[in-house]
Design a protein around this ligand. Structure first.
Ligand code: ARG
Length: 451
């Protein structure tokens, strides 16, 4: 039979280890048993094989499954090894299992079957991380902190608003994963090598038994398609990129004393006893590089592959599995770090007043009082330039008043009274005033959290 020829062809030689994917295929061992079962049940229902042979094969598959991947005979891959193990248990009739299929549709089905589970795990990790972000945000809608652009203090915001910005981003990561899931969840089984089969198979039935929503209908496409790996890995790499920003912020914020990571999420130095380093966040940040590299590896392997099956494909899916594993774990770790971190409210509030970070609020105020925004911007910029870095309210008012005299030929209180300016200069009130949709005002963030 063809199987015997195939096994003989794979009898040895220096490239044996190079050719074999058996070790890496441990990942799809359980999937392959499931795919074998569904296929055999369908072959029996369609009278392609008889009931006794089907029963014997299913019994052998149970035993092979219990014995586990480690107990498989050596083979070119998990599909061949499981078939050999079945034949060893029940004799040649075990070879009927491979009727009306090929390893090409088989492996594609196994990858999709297993990846569905992994993508759901990753999506679940994003949902849990979003829960954590929202829970911590609920406690900090009034905790004012500096917001940055170009890593310079820019405008005050709150810890809640900051955390919710990552919840929003992760919500799209969840969407992307679930979107990829929809296209993973189609069955290529029954496409055979690429050219279909003369047997009267029922592809819808195996799809149903394996929980697939739909078919990859064209049999050549079924054996060849790996774009589901690309979009899954892209979704995972995008998720990792989101997390890397959060991780980077937490590294910076730790160093500024804004937040302290729990000891469980930090590490120390082997030589410098005083150090508490945010190592977990740095590894989360690094994971984004690995995921991006995995996506690049996949695209590079798939680019220009001719139809239909080519063995290059054996080196493709491990990149998707590695990326999804690393990023799901990074998601859990990032969520744990946020859940247990302590935000230093007084350091944050003091920092929010530094660098004249309420300058935009003062310019907004002058514009509300009728000044063109560009003129208001110029006036406040002049004051900021003269003030240098930090300044108390009196110094800020004096600088603004002097700038008003230069730019408007009038004291500041000709435009707006001093109390109102002081309100705008206060970071807490400045945040409270920015209540446009999605803005940082505590009441606005509370509304979004409820939504
Ligand atoms: N181990 C192979 C893979 O992962 C299975 C398919 C082998 N098919 C073939 N025609 N050589 O792609």
């Amino acid at each position: 039979s063809g199987d015997v020829v195939r096994r003989e062809r794979f009898s040895g030689g220096p490239a044996r280890g190079f050719l074999s994917s058996l070790a890496a295929d441990e990942r799809i061992f359980a999937a392959d048993v499931a795919v074998d079962r569904a296929h055999v049940v369908m072959l029996d229902e369609q009278d392609v094989i008889d009931r006794e042979d089907a029963s014997a094969i299913l019994g052998a598959l149970d035993a092979v499954e219990s014995a586990g991947h480690a107990d498989l005979p050596d083979g070119e891959d998990v599909h061949a090894a499981i078939e050999t193990a079945v034949i060893r248990r029940i004799g040649d009739r075990g070879g009927r299992m491979h009727t009306a299929r090929s390893r090409n549709d088989e492996v594609a089905t196994c990858i999709r079957y297993r990846l569905r589970e992994d993508v759901l795990d990753a999506a679940e990790a994003t949902v849990e991380a979003r829960d954590v972000l929202a829970d911590v945000a609920e406690d900090h809608t009034g905790t004012v902190m500096p917001g940055f652009t170009h890593l310079q203090p820019a405008q005050p915001t709150t810890v809640a608003h900051y955390l919710c910005s990552y919840e929003s981003a992760l919500a799209r990561d969840t969407e992307r994963l679930l979107d990829a899931y929809g296209r993973i969840n189609r069955s290529p089984l029954g496409g055979a090598a690429f050219a279909g089969t003369p047997f009267d198979i029922d592809r819808e039935r195996t799809a149903e038994l394996l929980g697939f929503d739909d078919l990859v209908r064209n049999s050549m496409d079924a054996a060849s398609a790996r774009d589901f790996l690309v979009e899954t890995t892209a979704a995972v790499a995008a998720l990792a990129t989101t997390l890397s920003g959060l991780a980077e912020d937490l590294v910076v914020f730790s160093n500024l004393g804004y937040v302290e990571l729990d000891d469980a999420y930090a590490s120390t130095s082997s030589i410098m006893p005083q150090k508490k380093n945010p190592d977990t966040m740095e590894i989360v940040r690094g994971t984004a590089g690995e995921a991006a590299a995995g996506l690049n590896a996949l695209l590079s392997i798939l680019k220009g592959l001719p139809r239909a099956y080519n063995r290059d494909l054996q080196r493709a899916h491990p990149h998707a599995f590695e990326a999804v594993d690393a990023v799901a774990e990074a998601t859990e770790v990032a969520a744990g770090a946020v859940a247990t971190a302590a935000w230093d409210e007084s350091t944050l509030e003091a920092a929010a007043s530094e660098g004249f970070s309420t300058a935009t609020g003062v310019a907004d105020l002058l514009a509300m009082e009728g000044l063109p925004f560009r003129t208001a911007h110029e006036l406040v910029a002049l004051a900021a330039e003269r003030m240098g870095g930090g300044a108390d309210v009196d110094a800020a008012y004096a600088a603004l008043d002097a700038a008003a005299k230069d730019v408007l030929d009038a004291p500041l209180d000709a435009r707006v009274d001093r109390d109102t300016v002081e309100v705008a200069l206060d970071p807490v009130q400045s945040v409270a005033s920015r209540d446009s949709v999605g803005g940082p005002a505590p009441a606005t963030v509370e509304r979004e959290l409820t939504r």
